[in-house]
Design a protein around this ligand. Structure first.
Ligand code: FAQ
Length: 333
């Protein structure tokens, strides 16, 4: 009996090792891992963590800009902004859909967000004080998002990578509209130029924080990169973003609020000043300028949307009953 048990345990161990080796080989060969493939529990959990945080960021990220829809300065600007905010809701849906393929429901993830048990991007805890902030968000926040997300199109997990392809196309439009908005303000009156500069001054540093803590303090990076969930480290992507933004700021006629920003011939990159990581950690702890307001508004929107979810569920059940009835009638005839 004892030897039978040992043999069974050995066989199970052998099968698990084979599955693990097949997974590692697929990752090494740059093949995509799909929902039905075996994957280590930590790979699944790591993906759910990142995708959920990403999805939550998209839907909470609707709030700062939605604040300006009713006050957009022209019909054209209003239509663009409405479309952008709706796109962000769509991005949230693609991402919750990707998380569902890992066995986690949207309802479960939303509960965690509402209870403060899952994070969303630090950037969305800052206020949008003027119309120029809409431009700064498009240029800098969407710009940082694209820099971070284009490599995610090659993420090893198929559904996340495919969602990112579509999201990046839309983010690219978002970034350009922000740039164009800031350009118009920068070339406008003196007051408009000052408003654009003030917005860039306030959004620059928080945008650099979007890339996450420095590599040496990033607990998830090493494993995520080994599994090809992330393709580049936080600092690499942050540097890429800084290098892209400096000439864009010059073209805009605006300055970046960093006296230490200068080209480093040896590195072939721009050096930048120290980031205030104490501020980042405070925002993550819930002490940013708008954390409370963002979560309260999100919870309220969820509660007010209960009737929509109920109506959609009732409609789906009705459709299903009708389909079953048709099936039964077809079988009987
Ligand atoms: N904010 O070990 P790492 C957008 C957390 S979408 C808050 O480096 P990782 C579109 C991190 O989760 C913006 N938390 O973690 C838009 C972890 O916490 P945990 C969102 C942050 O995952 C535009 C801990 O710190 N984009 O903007 C932040 O390897 C305009 C340790 O960090 C994505 O989510 C932060 N900034 O790297 C929408 C992209 N940074 O889980 C509306 C996908 C780090 O241990 C309007 N995500 N943390 O409790 C990623 O690429 C990665 O998850 C990183 C973080 C790079 C964000």
């Amino acid at each position: 009996m004892a030897s039978g048990t040992t043999a069974t345990a050995r066989a199970a161990q052998g099968a698990a090792a084979e599955l693990g080796a097949a997974f590692e080989a697929a990752v090494a060969a740059d093949e995509r891992i799909e929902p039905r493939d075996w994957m280590p529990d930590a790979y699944r959990a790591g993906l759910v963590r990142q995708i959920a945080q990403h999805a939550h960021s998209e839907i909470i990220g609707m709030q700062p800009e939605a604040n300006w829809i009713a006050r957009a300065p022209s019909l054209r600007r209003k239509a663009i902004l409405m479309a952008k905010v709706q796109d962000e809701a769509g991005h949230g849906l693609y991402l919750y859909g990707a998380a569902e393929t890992l066995g986690t429901s949207r309802a479960e993830l939303l509960d965690k967000l509402h209870e403060g048990r899952q994070k969303y991007s630090s950037i969305f805890n800052y206020p949008t004080l003027t119309w120029a902030d809409v431009g700064a968000i498009g240029w800098l926040v969407d710009g940082a998002a694209i820099t971070n997300q284009v490599p995610l199109c090659r993420c090893s997990y198929g559904p996340y990578a495919r969602a990112m392809v579509r999201i990046c196309k839309e983010e690219s439009f978002h970034q350009r509209q922000g740039y164009e908005l800031l350009l118009a303000l920068s070339r406008g009156t003196e007051a408009q130029h000052a408003m654009a500069q003030d917005a860039v001054d306030r959004w620059w540093w928080p945008s650099l924080m979007m890339f996450g803590p420095p590599d040496a303090e990033s607990p998830h990076s090493a494993q995520s990169m080994a599994w090809k969930i992330k393709r580049h480290s936080n600092d690499e992507l942050r540097q890429r973003f800084v290098d892209i933004c400096v000439p864009q700021a010059e073209a805009l006629g605006l300055t970046l609020p960093d006296p230490d920003l200068r080209w480093n011939e040896q590195r072939g990159h721009y050096d930048h000043g120290a980031i205030d990581w104490a501020e980042f950690h405070e925002v993550l702890k819930g002490n940013g300028p708008c954390n409370e307001q963002r979560l309260a508004q999100r919870r309220q929107a969820h509660e007010e949307g209960a009737w929509v979810r109920e109506a959609a569920a009732a409609y789906a059940a009705k459709q299903q009953r009708a389909a079953h009835r048709e099936e039964r009638e077809a079988l009987a005839s």
